[in-house]
Write a protein that binds this ligand. Structure first.
Ligand code: UDP
Ligand code: MG
Length: 312
């Protein structure tokens, strides 16, 4: 029996793309020696994305759809798709076809060779605005430093063996970072390069603010370095104040003590700044702990097409 490959496709306000995406995927994958299912996860779109998915599902049994009760983010959509997938391997790809589907065949070939994770690696980022390029560049540089995985070229476009999918689904953390988790879980992996295609319809869902939020969340879920920076800043300011304290005492005993207001104000500002920064970082980690402790689900499903089996 041919292997079943599950395509997991997070979709947020993609009504213009669904029909074309299904058509393109089918035209590329029909006739291959493996079977496919297409799992679209509607991430609380404000447009008719789910209606479009449901319509495609009516036409073809292999198209399946899940719809969230609101926007839970791409990470949640990926996990819901993986949860619903029944294939021997899953391929996660974007709904806007910026991840060229022709690569799927090559991914499957690598998987058949015995690789359990096949990473899609961007050889170019496609055409983006300078601002988007710069903020994304900065984001990936910071992330790579913090989590010690080179994130610059990585993407969410990858094939995962059933074993890897099961491990990912068994992780209990709520705030996931799919792209880095597939490195973290290990397994035999390889890379395939691809050129980012241009988006045909609709616009990107990432703003500078959302990218920054994503960066901070992922940095704190994968690294405690920011907390260590807090300690480091604390030590530095203590050393600084000891030196200044000695200097002040010496001046005092030599009878040359000045009014010294500027020094006091500067010190206040400096130390105040460090403390606020540190509290902010610690607060962020506490917020993360709080979220995990509450144990709320990653996403809430409002409805799904009838051909989705099992619990999602
Ligand atoms: N996406 C999602 N939920 C969100 C934002 C995006 O499911 O909250 C999906 C979106 O529909 C697309 C993929 O994630 O399939 C990548 O989004 P986008 O194309 O906007 O990002 P970019 O390609 O610009 O990085
Ligand atoms: Mg895109």
């Amino acid at each position: 029996m041919a292997e079943l490959i599950s395509l997991v496709i997070p979709s947020y306000n993609e009504e213009e793309n669904i029909e074309n995406t299904v058509k393109t995927l089918k035209s590329i994958l029909d006739g291959e020696d493996f079977d496919c299912e297409f799992i679209f996860v509607n991430d609380g779109s404000a447009d008719k994305t789910f209606e479009k998915i449901a319509a495609e599902s009516e036409k073809d049994e292999r198209v399946k759809g899940i719809s969230f009760s609101r926007n839970f983010g791409k990470e949640a959509a990926i996990f819901a798709g993986l949860q619903a997938a029944v294939g021997d391997a899953c391929v996660v790809l974007d709904c806007d076809l910026q991840h060229p589907p022709t690569l799927i065949k090559e991914m499957v070939a690598k998987w058949r060779e015995g690789f359990e994770v096949v990473e899609g690696v961007k050889s170019s980022r496609g055409r983006e605005s300078i601002f988007h390029k710069m903020s994304a560049g900065l984001f990936y540089r910071i992330m790579s430093r913090l989590i010690k995985i080179d994130m610059r070229a990585t993407s969410d476009y990858k094939l995962l063996d059933r074993k890897v999918v099961n491990v990912l689904l068994s992780l209990t953390e709520r705030n996931t970072f799919f792209r880095a988790l597939t490195f973290w879980v290990g397994f035999k992996s390889t890379k395939l390069e691809y050129d980012v295609e241009e988006r045909k319809f609709g616009t990107t869902k990432w703003s500078f603010i959302s990218l920054m939020k994503y960066a901070i969340n992922n940095a704190t879920s994968f690294s405690t370095l920011p907390l260590q920076i807090v300690t480091f800043l604390g030590v530095i300011s203590i050393i600084g104040s000891v030196i200044l304290g000695i200097q002040t005492l010496v001046k005092f005993f030599m009878g040359t003590a000045e009014a010294g207001f500027p020094t006091v104000i500067l010190l206040e500002l400096l130390i105040g700044g460090f403390i606020m920064l540190s509290l902010g970082i610690i607060g962020h980690y506490i917020a993360r702990i709080y979220e995990e402790v509450k144990g709320r689900p990653k996403y809430i499903v409002r409805e799904h097409t009838k051909n989705i089996k099992g619990n999602i």
